[in-house]
Design a protein around this ligand. Structure first.
Ligand code: SAH
Length: 234
């Protein structure tokens, strides 16, 4: 099957799954997902499935990307922070809907590959940085929207602090991979409103960056439960 017809099939599948926002669907249609997958998975780029991208991480399922993007209610005027650049695909989709996207990734290798993709596709309104997303991006705060694409064990306080008043944050929260909820937080003058959107399964939001020493212990890579706690890294 040709890429164009695979893409149409995927868009139809997303519509059936309840994605009704035509701007979101059109952004997904315009961003070539095959440019964000490793070579060996390119033929599956338009399947509604998550794809391994190395370092034990995954490019999320298109349905999850679509759902989170829709829930974020972004517009041309919004400034967005993404935590967990990964392949760069979610940031690329957002870049078609927002004014500017700031994205943070803890693996340097993933970040470099994603940045090369942004450049090749001329997505000039994305700024990417290596670092620990638990802490957000203080220099660029406040953000109108924040999206976290790895599961936090609890809501990261620094991210709530960096959300503009009236701003929205969409993030998976859960202590184990079997117990994660996709939440939407709204920052209001009265406090933070919390909505439960659906149950999801994400890789964990890990504290610190690879190689950094956390409380006298080397930051191990993915799957290390001890590092899935709140971002209290110095
Ligand atoms: N949005 C990505 C999904 C990548 S999976 C995409 O479209 O491909 C989640 C990513 O979050 C992984 O790349 C992982 O390394 C990253 N991550 C996990 N904890 C992090 C942290 N504390 N700071 C920054 N990135 C983190």
């Amino acid at each position: 099957m040709m890429v164009a017809s695979r893409k149409i099939r995927l868009i139809m599948e997303l519509r059936r799954a309840g994605i009704a926002d035509t701007e979101v669907l059109s952004a997904i249609e315009r961003i070539p997902r095959d440019a964000f997958t490793p070579e060996s998975f390119r033929h599956q780029a338009y399947e509604n499935m998550a794809i391994p991208i190395g370092q034990g991480q995954t490019l999320s399922q298109p349905q999850v990307v679509a759902l989170m993007t829709q829930a974020l209610r972004a517009s041309r005027r919004t400034k967005v922070l993404e935590v967990g650049t990964g392949s760069g695909y979610q940031a690329a989709v957002l870049s078609r809907l927002c004014r500017r996207v700031y994205t943070i990734e803890r693996f340097k290798e993933l970040l470099k590959t994603a940045e090369a993709r942004f450049l090749a596709l001329r997505l000039h309104n994305i700024t990417a940085r290596h670092g620990d997303g638990w802490k957000g991006w203080r220099e660029q705060a406040p953000f109108d929207r924040i999206i976290v694409t790895a599961a936090a064990s609890s809501i990261p306080g620094a991210l709530v602090d960096q959300l503009a008043e009236g701003g929205l944050m969409v993030l998976p929260v859960g202590k184990t991979s079997r117990d994660q909820a996709l939440l939407r937080l709204t920052r209001t003058p009265e406090g933070v409103k919390e909505e439960h959107l659906t149950d999801v399964r994400f890789v964990p939001l890990v504290s610190g960056v690879p190689g950094q020493v956390i409380r006298g212990q080397e930051a191990q890579e993915e799957g290390n439960d001890q590092l899935q706690r709140r971002g209290d890294v110095a």
